[in-house]
Design a binder for this molecule. Structure first.
Ligand code: FMN
Length: 199
């Protein structure tokens, strides 16, 4: 299934087509495609070119490490993400590499890397679904994440599956039209709350 964004202005099809389904096919992601995803993330922009992102990833055939990832998710996310052939965590490093001072943009940059990965996935015919619903303390302990880094989000990656394989309530969510706030609510000029005239 696809669920492209119905946009008010034309945008690149890749951006419109990216979405976060919960139905995954069991088909594994090809090794080369996996490498392409992280190569895309690698070329994301970052403050001081610090590249503060780390991805902790496992494919389903790596049963031990895949299960470790799954065990960190909240039960709702486990219910659908367990079908995804690839799971991972997006982690942000807290300090700059060049001076070990706090990097206020580390999470911003890690998010950009994840967004870049998600678009590359769309270009490769894959889908991604990011998740905030996980136990961060458990992830830190399970993966020996140092104090100098913070797990920001989990991510499920794979090929889109049959919506009919999901429980009824999730099927409904999957088919619901995607919605967004209007441009006027977040593009301002002059002062906070003053919508830009050009939109
Ligand atoms: C940081 C982040 C956390 C999210 N957490 C969850 C989650 O825990 N469970 C879930 O099912 N979806 C989660 N989502 C998916 C969002 O609900 C989804 O991106 C949003 O509804 C917009 O839909 P779209 O990605 O299809 O455009 C998360 C997305 C992001 C970016």
């Amino acid at each position: 299934m696809e669920n492209p964004a119905i946009t008010n202005h034309e945008i690149h099809p890749l951006i419109a087509q990216r979405w976060s389904p919960r139905a995954f096919d069991s088909k594994p992601v090809e090794t080369e495609k996996l490498a392409q995803l992280f190569e895309a993330a690698r070329w994301s922009a970052s403050c001081f070119n610090d590249q503060p992102w780390v991805f902790i990833v496992a494919t389903k055939d790596d049963t031990v490490n895949y299960q470790k990832l799954l065990d960190c998710l909240v039960p709702f996310n486990v219910s659908w993400a367990q079908a995804a052939p690839v799971l991972g965590f997006v982690v942000a490093q807290k300090n700059f590499k060049h001076n070990d001072k706090p990097n206020a943009w580390g999470e911003y940059d890690a998010g950009q890397a994840a967004a870049t990965l998600a678009l590359q996935a769309t270009a490769l015919g894959l889908v991604t679904h990011q998740m905030g619903g996980f136990d961060a303390d458990k992830a830190i302990a399970t993966f020996n994440i140092p104090e100098t880094a913070r797990p920001i989000a989990a991510i499920a990656i794979g090929y889109a599956g049959e919506t009919s394989n999901l429980p009824a309530d999730l099927q409904e969510k999957e088919k619901a039209p995607r919605d967004r706030q209007p441009l006027a609510s977040f593009v301002f000029t002059g002062e906070w709350g003053s919508s830009a005239k050009f939109i």
